[in-house]
Design a protein around this ligand. Sequence first.
Ligand code: PBE
Length: 302
Amino acid sequence: MFKNKWKRLAVTAVAVLSLTVVGCSTTEAPGETGEAGEQSIGEQLDYKITGIDAGAGVVQAAERAVEDYELDFTVQTSSGAAMTQALSDAIANEEPIVVTGWSPHWKFAKYDLKYLEDPKGSFGEAENIHTIARLGLEKDIPNAYEILDNFNWTSDDMESVMLKVNDGAKVEDVARKWIEDNADRVSEWTEGIDPVDGDPIKLAYVAWDTEIASTNVIGLVLEDMGYDVTLTQVEAGPMWAAVASGDVDAIVAAWLPGTHADYMEDYADQVVDLGPNLENAKIGLVVPAYMEDVNSIEDLAK
Ligand code: PBE
């Protein structure tokens, strides 16, 4: 239908063109619609990249890409949920759309999508998701520190949780089920660590599907070890500020080395990096596979 729509537009444009010839007037500058009224990729997309929240690293990277590739595009900010809704609406109508995307993510299991090639490297290379603790956590809450330090899982693990949540299950229930089904893995994180009796611990996270999944899983694991766990959902900037100031104890949502490089640089001396809890993550611009003529970010300039 993407193609059909294009054809329809071309036919309309030709009709408009013959009318303007008859009427001897034109409202459009020559060349604006390209040859035979064909719309440029930019026009088809209203020069818009559908972004998520403004504090997200992937939005900053998309803005960098607009500069690097000299695109006339605007990165529209909203939220992760608004982005996936826009993606699903576009796909239902086979319309063109470019979104700021990341993996792991359930959208790749649900839809036929592709990353746009990024020859200029605006989105960096493979990313890892790190656990970051506040200064002093190791001394103050050593058992939880150790569990957080041990926490690691794979993209497949995370995606399985995300998919069920996207299908409508409650994240707490999905996390509980994942922990039950993966008891061996979880026991590697908690092995030899003594449970506590209701000590408080606070984790912050952003409402990105990836982080909703990971934070709820590790939160439940800590709860099972006797902690009184508070999970606080905030924006990206406040999340980093909270762990740096010690308002929260840890985050499992730090995308490094690229996506959150600016945050990490700002707070390098005020946090402790416990290393990756998930390897081989990725960010980039993502389009539906039916956008056959768009394979590289460079194609957006066509
Ligand atoms: N994300 C998901 C975040 C990190 C986790 C890729 C949307 C970001 O862009 O900051």
